[in-house]
Design a protein around this ligand. Structure first.
Ligand code: AMP
Length: 189
């Protein structure tokens, strides 16, 4: 099963990603988590990425693509994966399509979690209180939302045209959202 989760920051990608990983026994590959680990470990990638992340900007495509190519090349991704937070730009999506085509595979479903802007701001405020994420302050949240709508939202159309988009309402109890996601994947497996 090769899946990608799309949605604005705070739409529940992390929560639903963890559920899907358990359900399908596939690695949950979160570009944000990989980048945060690189920052924490002080790697060259982490040093280059930190300023963009703190400002709520996207890390340049070339850095993210190299990181994701390496991650998706690992043996645990051979039988499938769940992408979370990647792709985030049209250029990333096109590169991913090519990367997978080189391995004679492709994404099977792209799940879009729909949440209103008001709900997102409230959720991210709660998350900042609980997780102390340095990029969850109000100014940075607004910037990340602007970036989402400008750079990432166009991917919905890109995947809709390919017949891969599965749109799910991201508001409600997490369990109910998980059920809706499985239903939209067609077989409830
Ligand atoms: P996330 O945890 O997915 O919200 O990501 C946190 C931050 O990491 C984002 O605000 C970006 O600065 C950076 N980031 C994560 N994924 C990507 C990506 N696919 N492309 C560019 N930047 C990313």
């Amino acid at each position: 099963m090769r899946l990608a989760l799309l949605g604005p920051p705070g739409s529940g990608k992390g929560t639903q990603g963890a559920v899907l990983r358990e359900h399908f026994k596939i690695p949950h590959v979160s570009s944000g988590d990989l980048l945060r680990t690189a920052v924490r470990d002080g790697t060259e990638l982490g040093r280059k990425a930190k300023a963009y992340m703190d400002a709520g900007e996207l890390v340049p495509d070339a850095l993210v693509l190299a990181m994701m190519k390496e991650r998706l090349g690992k043996p645990d991704c051979r039988s499938g994966f769940l992408l979370d937070g990647f792709p985030r730009t049209l250029a990333q999506a096109e590169s991913l399509t090519r990367m997978l085509a080189d391995d004679r595979t492709s994404l099977e479903h792209v799940i879009s979690l729909g949440v209103t802007e008001k709900e997102i701001i409230a959720r991210l405020r709660d998350r900042r209180a609980q997780e102390h994420r340095s990029d969850d302050d109000d100014g940075t949240v607004k910037q990340r939302l602007r970036v989402y709508f400008a750079e990432t939202a166009p991917l919905l159309e890109y995947y809709r045209k390919q017949g891969l988009l599965r749109e799910v309402q991201g508001i409600g109890k997490p369990d109910a959202i998980s059920v809706a996601i499985r239903a939209t994947l067609g077989n409830g497996r």
